[in-house]
Structure formats: structure tokens, C-alpha cells
Design a protein around this ligand. Structure first.
Ligand code: GLN
Length: 217
């Protein structure tokens, strides 16, 4: 909705200047980090649920965003570009200011404070979790599953695990939202969300909807 405000112009007593500005509720823009990985798939789901999306490759791109999704892909590659672009420090700062960030798969690895792996990627280190890279084995061990998320009253969330990590420990304020068998696969810590799986690859919209809810808190 737009409101028009009339301001008396002192120099031209006859004329009135008109200023137009938007009022709440404003449309929110969800940034998708777009160096590599499942960018298009996240954008597609976000558009389906009515969000505006923006591909983020620079500090400038991020400025107009109200939240950020870090997609799956190769955490070493994405981590490298985070550092090269200067986004690493900017995202770390924004996270402290309650900016919602969701990491899927490689994105979850980049959000973790502790990473178990042969090669540790440059990472954001924002969530009090330990993540083990490639914990199910090679690409061939990828699988799909339905997940239960009691807190969201969801019993059948569609999820694809692709050369996925496992969250092996959760500390401090980080809270487990879902497990697959005995493995932790979805964790929330304040404004931060980490999922070891991809809902966007199997057409699942409910977790993106939940992420948009975080923008209100
Ligand atoms: N195996 C990748 C990594 O460790 C993550 C895979 C994915 O994002 N689907 O970076």
C-alpha cells in the first residue's frame, strides 16, 4: 500500500510537494547465494509461495535482501567465493543482527561452528553445531525420505539427501527440529536454520514457508 503525504512548500506557497513512500506490510526479498549449487530450485519454490527473490553474488546484492538462503552444492567452492567476495564478514555481521539465514546441505556445513571433514571449507561458523561432511558416503548413497517435524506439525516433509552431511552434535541454544532415523537433519538457532537435506529439489514448499515466518520474529 502506498501513502501520499503532502508537504507545504515554503518557497512556492501555491504549490504542494508530494512525497510517496511505502508502508508495511512491505514485500520481503529473499536472497539466494548464487555462486554455485541449487540456486534456481530455491528461487522456483520461493516464487511459488509469493516471495521476491534475488541472486546474491556481492555485498551490494545482499543489501536489498531481508533474508538469505545458502543452497546446497560444494561447501569448499561456496566457502571460497564467500571469502573472495567479502560476503563472509558481512553475513557474519548480519546474522548477529537477527537477519534470517537458512543453509541447505552445503549451506548447513557453512553455517556450522564445527566441521568434521578431510577438507574444512572456509565457513561462516555461526551455529553451535558440529556437521560431518559426506557422512552417508558417496553420491550413490543419496536418498529421499519423508521427515516428521513435530514443532511444525508436519509428518511427511519431502526431503532429498544428496551426498549429505549429518549434524552430529547440537550445543547451546541450537534446537533439533527433525531427525531421520537417529540422525539430526534440521536445526534452528534463533534466526538461523540448517537442514542437511534439500526440500527444494522435490517440490516441497512448507519449509520455505516456515523460513518466511522467521522474518516476522
Ligand atoms: N557434499 C557436499 C559438501 O560437503 C554437500 C552436498 C550438497 O550440498 N548436496 O560440500
Amino acid at each position: 500500500m502506498a501513502i501520499k503525504v503532502c508537504i507545504a512548500n515554503t518557497q512556492l506557497p501555491q504549490a504542494k510537494a508530494t512525497v510517496t513512500f511505502s508502508t508495511l506490510p512491505m514485500k520481503k526479498t529473499i536472497g539466494v547465494l548464487a555462486f554455485q549449487g541449487g540456486v534456481i530450485e530455491h528461487k522456483k519454490i520461493l516464487s511459488q509461495i509469493g516471495a521476491i527473490t534475488k541472486e546474491v553474488r556481492s555485498i551490494q546484492d545482499l543489501e536489498t535482501c531481508n533474508a538469505l538462503i545458502i543452497p546446497g552444492g560444494e561447501s569448499t567452492t561456496i566457502g571460497f567465493f564467500l571469502q573472495e567476495s567479502g560476503l563472509m564478514k558481512v553475513i557474519q555481521q548480519k546474522a548477529k543482527e537477527n537477519f534470517p539465514i537458512w543453509g541447505t546441505c552445503a549451506g548447513a556445513i557453512l553455517l556450522a561452528k564445527h566441521i568434521k571433514a578431510d577438507i574444512i571449507p572456509p565457513h561462516l561458523g555461526l551455529m553451535d553445531i558440529t556437521v560431518e561432511r559426506n557422512a552417508y558416503g558417496r553420491q550413490l548413497s543419496s536418498f529421499e525420505a519423508e521427515l516428521e517435524i513435530p514443532e511444525l506439525k508436519i509428518k511427511d516433509l519431502q526431503a532429498a539427501f544428496i551426498r549429505a552431511p549429518i549434524i552430529t552434535s547440537v550445543l547451546g541454544k541450537a534446537k533439533v527440529l527433525a531427525k531421520h532415523k537417529n540422525d539430526i537433519v534440521l536445526v534452528k538457532e534463533g534466526n538461523l536454520l540448517a537442514s542437511t537435506f534439500h526440500p527444494e529439489l522435490v517440490g516441497e514448499t512448507r519449509l520455505h514457508q516456515y523460513f518466511l515466518e522467521l522474518l516476522k520474529s
